[in-house]
Design a protein around this ligand. Structure first.
Ligand code: F58
Length: 800
């Protein structure tokens, strides 16, 4: 393997000295008075020092090889904590643990002191973070580009069961991983007017902000390669207005600065509200334009022929959020560099590719022409030209990039990309048949599938040290960067000793989780089955199906508490978009059910519901290793892929799920007998939706469902306000867009099958081992290799 630098070697005394040196000289603290955060910062600086050399070496190697670079443009990077990732990849974990044990500092507390960087909403952002790590592990010269939000995803707490949002504040402490690059700054314009000049045009913006870069190195496995995550912060073009300040107008003097900084102030929580649309488009253009300028600057430093661009630059658009990259790159090439328009479009397309993450119509981005024209007047003109050129080359009436007064970002991204990918086999097929059917007919080679993956370094090695230890003992450590080697575990599923060891790991992880939950006030018995659903709260993900089945089960348990029940702990985690009323109602209901059930003297030893607040990457790292049952129950055809589903299977949980997203591939790989399938498939869903009164039919046919709905409607979980949750019951019994009622009966059946399987602990453990052994394909290393071969045409330079 060609590498930029050999794996880093560590000497314990040297490392201890480095930590103490940073404590003294970088933080100005004496060891006797250092607080946990001081130790954590000193530790992080010492670790960071060991990243810088491989980072530089990687950059030098990329230039030396004149390698094609991959640029991953994403509004979100849900990176979580970085310290543990770094020490794992540098092979420092054991040494560091010993150093802090000697120093008398609790290592776990130290790691947990780091704020969880939540610069993303959910799967899309977490995927981007896994990809960055895999790109470094595989030695692909790459940059992640995004926004340095001052406030990431809001912090969630519960007040009487209701979600409360407060601002997240990850930057309130020194953020040690980033390097400020004031020299890498670009002026980004908005509004103003356009004067046609020759073939091109001159755009004079009315407002300008400065995009200023902050770089975070991302180190790959064994420290062999490091790439850069470059995040842009918005700053005012001019400092504050001294003249106004001197006149006593303090607020006015600071206003331009505040307006500029607003652009990188907060992560957009979701697009369910109208407010903030203008700001959202500004954010999108802001980071996309800065990134493209930076990419061209780097290209220009190496080459002087723009026609080489597609051979040297691959730009991946993570959903349509950076889709303005198409017209912006055309503008840079055509208006600013003088390339003919057709050639500029073809050149831009040669660089760009686009990943679609959703088929939900309400989530497909569109911007009114008036907003686009107001904020980005030249871009609107160019989009019209791009659309016209496409229509000329591919005459059809049913495809346009502008329609109904809106610019349609999906078709625009499609039209400006040489490859468009879905994120699971099913999702990609549905893309071809639905949202992009006509574009697919016109460009049959363009859509490809790249099923998502997750990085095994974080989601197995770091998150589940017990299981990784057991695996390494059994098959060696080659699985860490070649996850399909987990297949070597397969024969051990038949080895009773191994199964027992595997089960002991799970039990210990459950006990750890129980201890953690107890700190938050929730008592759970680790002997019960740990059944977990963690993800954003959304109707299509159907947390309400899960809680409805929980209610029905509780009712049956009360009817016959002495029957042979399998004790269960139902764990939920996830945030609802602040403007998504129904999702917040679901949270409230889950918490209300939890209160009723957990205090029921008849059943509380059999069934408990817990909902730890503020689900984030770090909480996922605690929950997943302890899970036995993974709930992946979305309405078929709606979940593009899922990545949590992969993390659970990898960590030995069995899935109860629909034929949706990557569940399909998980089931194929782990084996149908090790997966609890239920529900309608995507085609059946579409048919059922057309039947008037589908929910009524389902309720009439299932008395358990009717009884559970009645309990919600009658206020069993809201004694002080009996109608509080009636809206949820009415929705399920009414429009029921996501077919909760219609899938309930089969879900109930599958859950009983789960219990039957769980009663045979040995059989269950065998299936759990097989889930781990057969999940190797879900490594994001495999996904990135797919992008390299089929989308980017970038071989990488440190790859095998
Ligand atoms: C998710 N999308 C898909 N969007 O729902 C999931 O199936 C898939 O596994 C994942 O992408 C990765 O491909 C997603 O997370 C968002 O978070 C949007 C971001 C912009 C605002 C609206 C939500």
């Amino acid at each position: 393997m060609m590498t930029a630098t050999p794996a880093v070697r560590v000497d314990k005394d040297e490392f201890r000295a480095a930590v103490l040196r940073h404590l003294t000289y970088s933080l100005g603290k004496d060891a006797d008075h250092a607080q946990i955060t001081d130790w954590r910062l000193a530790f992080s600086f010492a670790v960071r020092d060991r990243i810088v050399d491989p980072w530089f070496a990687s950059t030098r190697a990329s230039y030396a090889a004149q390698a094609k670079r991959v640029y991953y443009l994403s509004m979100e990077f849900l990176i979580g904590r970085l310290l543990e990732d770094a020490i794992i990849n540098l092979g420092l974990r054991d040494v560091a643990g010993e150093v802090f044990a000697d120093l008398g500092v609790d290592f776990e507390t130290l790691l947990e002191d780091e704020p969880d960087a939540a610069l993303g909403n959910g799967g899309l952002g977490r995927l981007a973070a896994c990809f960055l790590e895999s790109l470094s592990t595989l030695g692909v010269p790459a940059y992640g580009y995004g926004i340095r939000y001052e406030h990431g995803l809001f912090r969630q707490s519960f007040d009487k069961g209701r979600q409360i949002e407060t601002p997240e504040d990850w930057l309130h402490q020194r953020h040690v991983w980033e390097f400020e690059r004031p020299e890498a700054a670009f002026r980004i314009g908005f509004g103003g007017n356009v004067a046609l000049a020759g073939q091109g045009a001159v755009w004079t913006p009315a407002e300008t902000v400065v995009a200023s870069a902050f770089d975070t190195p991302v180190i790959g496995w064994q420290g062999r390669w490091a790439n850069t995550l470059r995040l842009w912060a918005a700053e005012p073009e001019h400092g504050f207005d001294l003249a106004r300040f001197n006149q006593g107008d303090y607020a006015g003097a600071a206003a331009p600065e505040a307006a500029a900084r607003t652009i990188s102030r907060v992560l957009y929580p979701d697009d369910t509200t109208d407010g903030g649309k203008r700001l959202r488009l500004k954010q999108e253009y802001f980071f996309t334009a800065a990134s493209l300028r930076d990419i061209l600057r780097r290209f220009d430093s190496e080459y002087n022929d723009l026609r080489l661009l597609p051979r040297k630059v691959a730009i991946q658009l993570n959903d349509t959020h950076p889709a303005i990259a198409g017209p912006e790159l055309v503008r840079l090439l055509h208006d600013e560099k003088g390339m003919a328009l057709d050639e500029a479009i073809a050149t831009a397309r040669g660089c760009l590719s686009y990943t679609n993450h959703t088929l939900l119509p309400e989530a497909l981005e569109r911007w009114s022409e008036s907003l686009m024209g107001d904020l980005l007047p030249r871009h609107l003109q160019l989009i019209e030209r791009i659309d016209a050129a496409h229509a000329k080359d591919h005459p059809t009436r049913s495809v346009t990039m502008i329609g109904g007064g809106d610019v349609l970002m999906g078709p625009l991204a499609f039209g400006m990309a040489h490859r468009v990918n879905g994120v699971s086999g099913l999702h990609t097929d549905l893309m071809k048949k639905t949202v992009f059917a006509e574009l697919h007919r016109l460009h049959p080679e363009r859509i490809v599938n790249q099923t998502n993956g997750v990085t095994p370094r974080r989601w197995l090695l770091a998150a589940n040290p017990r299981l990784s230890g057991l695996i390494t003992e059994a098959i060696g450590d080659g699985w860490i960067d070649d996850l399909e080697r987990l297949a070597d575990l397969e024969p051990m599923a038949d080895d009773a000793g191994f199964r027992a060891a595997f089960a002991a790991v799970k039990r210990a992880n459950k006990e750890d989780l129980a201890t953690f939950l107890a700190q938050g006030g929730a008592e759970v018995d680790p002997a019960g089955m740990f059944d977990i659903q963690i993800k954003r709260i959304h109707e299509y993900k159907r947390q309400h199906l899960n809680i409805l089945e929980t209610i029905a089960l509780w009712q049956e348990m009360r009817d016959d508490p002495h029957a042979d029940w399998v004790p269960r702990v139902k764990i939920f985690g996830g945030k609802a978009a602040p403007g998504y009323f129904f999702a917040k109602e679901i949270i409230h209901l889950i918490n209300a059910v939890s209160e009723t059930l957990n205090s029921d003297p008849v059943t509380s030893h059999l069934l408990r519901v817990v909902y730890p607040a503020n689900y984030n990457v770090s909480l996922a790292e605690r929950l997943i290793p302890a899970a036995e049952l993974s709930e992946q129950i979305s309405t078929a055809g709606k979940e593009a892929s899922g990545t949590g589903n992969m993390k659970f299977a990898l960590n030995g949980a069995l899935t109860i799920g629909t034929l949706d997203g990557a569940n399909v591939e998980i089931r194929d790989l782990v084996g149908a007998e090790n997966f609890f399938l239920f529900g309608m498939d995507a085609a059946a869903v579409e048919d059922r939706r057309k039947i008037a009164g589908h929910a009524d039919h389902a309720i009439a046919a299932d008395s358990r469902l009717a009884r559970a709905l009645a309990a919600i409607r009658d206020g069993v979980f809201s004694r002080d306000d009996s109608r509080r949750f009636a809206g949820i019951a009415d929705n399920i019994a009414g429009e029921d867009k996501f077919l909760v009622a219609s899938d309930f009966t089969d879900y109930w059946r599958a859950q009983r099958e789960v219990e039957q399987a769980y009663r045979d602990q040995d059989g269950w453990n065998r299936a759990a081992v097989l889930n781990t052994a057969r999940s190797g394909w879900f490594s994001s290393d495999r996904t990135i290799r797919g992008y390299m071969a089929e989308i980017w045409d970038a071989p990488g330079i440190a790859a095998e």
